[in-house]
Design a protein around this ligand. Structure first.
Ligand code: ADP
Length: 548
């Protein structure tokens, strides 16, 4: 007997509904951008809707068909936001390209995605000129600015934003179609092998946005002024542009200016209440504030800082709490998880904890949210207990988690129950708090046991003389691998092997202590701001440990 169907309306979940809602219910809420070509730009959600309609009309005039990919090489700005809604809303697929990747990787990605149109900011004009001869499918290049700002470029089918987009009608009838239709495409950084495409849908994006509004996650709401430091080419800026539209939150888009001073000034001038970014950008902000002790960060009045993409060091959490008076909301996720996987929010019972125990809870990556199933497994795929101690391979499942990669690259990443293999190693405690131990490939294997690089790096970064730290495994004749710690000291400070080992000895297990400590001027980062461990491992492959 067929199941009895409910009698509720089967309305598809469409990205266009977000911008329509924002324009109708929050027309005058501001969207401020610092432009890549210089100067500021101010609009509001009503203006953004008009711009998105113009984008949709522009794509139609170019003959872009539903499902065709439209690439962007762009910073966070109102034009990029208009593309978010205009491209996906009209049925095409927005392909946000990470411009920090190597030129060969970008060429590979744009060809693999078969981008038909490529929109680019002024910053990337030289890059586009270099790439264009190798891009096989791009028929139209669109400079995201006025002709007056356009650098001299010889590109086939080159247009400017003001001519192509600004001249279009400000009305567009958003089409309605299957909510499972692809909406945007984002390639993972591919620290090993070619980047792989994660293809989001209208449905996954809208459901993920709803989750971003929950007070137990990022709590995005209409009272918020959100500065999006996380780039719009990194997992859709963590989905926040969509969530902001869903509730009509105000957005501040910093363009290419992510240095400490620019971030600080924009926060101050636009009265930002919430901001999201990876730890490296916050380190840049801290460096600026270190050099300007006359600034009181508390005067910013910022209430919450969302951090993800890499572990939040204890020193960072404490500084935001104590100096800024801001709450840190950590999240764990990946491009493949849209990216919300778990979010760190306390439970009522934690309010009674002593300060140090409380910090330990806050430093965990977070608890599962509705929609994301978690499990940890041993090497043979057997489930492991949620005791907060046992480490295992993390797998996740849910309506905004990838089921595979674009064009089937890399085979199937999901098991029989549909759980996606994250490549991360984690513990889960009885309250469902996940703590990330490492990326499976970054774990240091010493004498058959594993050392968590995240734990050691966190401990090292709480040393007052340390600005940033990275730990890697170096070959060791007896132990297979032993840890080497690389530290970037704060200006005018220094760290020795002895002083660091002594500092760490009360914070981590004795056998986790690094065999050596090296001071370096800087550490390499990936295109999404993570420590580039592959480069470090290669560079220090033959490093002679004093214990070897
Ligand atoms: P990339 O393209 O740089 O891999 P992702 O955002 O997809 O970008 O990276 C996801 C990975 O980042 C996760 O698998 C995990 O290893 C790491 N990560 C994300 N959030 C955290 C966090 N809060 N703490 C520690 N590691 C994190």
């Amino acid at each position: 007997m067929p199941a009895m169907q409910g009698l509720m309306q089967d309305r598809p979940l469409m990205i266009s509904s977000l911008i329509e809602h924002a324009a109708r219910f929050h027309p005058h809420t501001k969207i401020v951008s610092r432009l890549p070509e210089g100067g500021m730009h101010r609009t509001d959600w009503a203006g953004m809707h008009r711009a998105a309609c113009q984008v949709a009309n522009a794509l139609q005039s170019l003959g872009v068909q539903p499902g065709e990919r439209v690439g962007t090489l762009a910073w966070n700005s109102w034009r990029h936001l208009a593309l978010y809604f205009g491209v996906s809303g009209s049925g095409a697929v927005l392909h946000t390209i990470n411009p920090r990747l190597f030129a060969e990787q970008i060429t590979y990605i744009a060809n693999h995605a078969e981008d038909r149109v490529l929109f680019f900011d002024i910053t990337f004009a030289p890059l586009v000129a270099q790439l264009a001869p190798h891009l096989k499918t791009v028929a139209t290049y669109v400079f995201m600015g006025a002709r007056a700002h356009m650098p001299a470029l010889e590109l086939p089918g080159l247009l400017c934003w003001d001519e192509l987009v600004d001249s279009q009608s400000e009305c567009f009838d958003w089409p309605e179609f299957d909510e499972r239709t692809a909406s945007s495409l984002c390639y993972t950084s591919g620290t090993t092998g070619n980047p792989k495409g994660v293809l989001y849908s209208h449905r996954s994006t809208v459901l993920h946005s709803l989750m971003e509004l929950a007070p137990d996650t990022f709590g995005v709401n209409s009272h918020e002024t959100i500065m999006l430091i996380v780039p719009m080419f990194h997992a859709n800026a963590w989905g926040t542009p969509y969530a902001a539209a869903m509730v009509g939150a105000s957005l501040v888009l910093p363009g290419p200016h992510l240095d400490g001073q620019s971030v600080y000034e924009l926060m101050r001038d636009e009265k930002v209440s919430f901001s999201q970014g990876v730890p490296t950008v916050w380190l840049m902000l801290f460096q600026y504030l270190d050099a300007h002790p006359e600034i009181d960060p508390r005067a910013l009045g910022i209430k919450r800082i969302g951090i993800g993409g890499a572990a939040v060091p204890r020193a960072m959490l404490e500084r935001f709490e104590n100096q800024f008076g801001a709450q840190v909301v950590q999240g764990w996720g990946m491009t493949e998880t849209s990216p919300i996987g778990v979010i760190s929010r306390l439970l009522p019972k934690h309010e009674a904890l002593a300060p140090d125990a409380l910090i330990q809870v806050k430093l965990k990556q977070g608890r599962g949210v509705w929609g994301v199933d978690l499990k940890i497994e041993d090497d043979d795929g057997r489930p492991l207990p949620w005791d907060g101690r046992t480490w295992g391979h993390l797998r996740v499942r849910g309506p905004w988690i990838a089921s595979g990669y674009f064009k089937g690259e890399g085979g199937s990443p999901v098991d029989e129950q549909g759980f996606f293999a994250t490549g991360d190693v984690a513990t889960i405690d009885p309250d469902g708090f996940l703590q990330l131990v490492d990326r499976a490939k970054d774990v240091i294997k010493s004498g058959g046991e594993w050392i968590s690089s995240i734990d050691v790096e966190n401990a090292a970064m709480s040393h007052p003389a340390v600005a940033e730290a990275a730990i890697i495994g170096v070959a060791h004749p007896k132990w297979q691998e032993r840890p080497l710690l690389l530290v970037v000291p704060r200006p005018g400070q220094s760290v020795t092997r002895e002083s660091m080992r002594e500092f760490l000895s009360t914070r981590i297990a004795r056998w986790w202590l690094p065999d050596d400590v090296l001071q370096v001027a800087e550490l390499p980062h990936t295109a999404t701001g993570k420590l580039l461990k592959t480069r470090l491992r290669q560079q220090y492959r033959n490093y002679p440990l004093p214990t070897a």
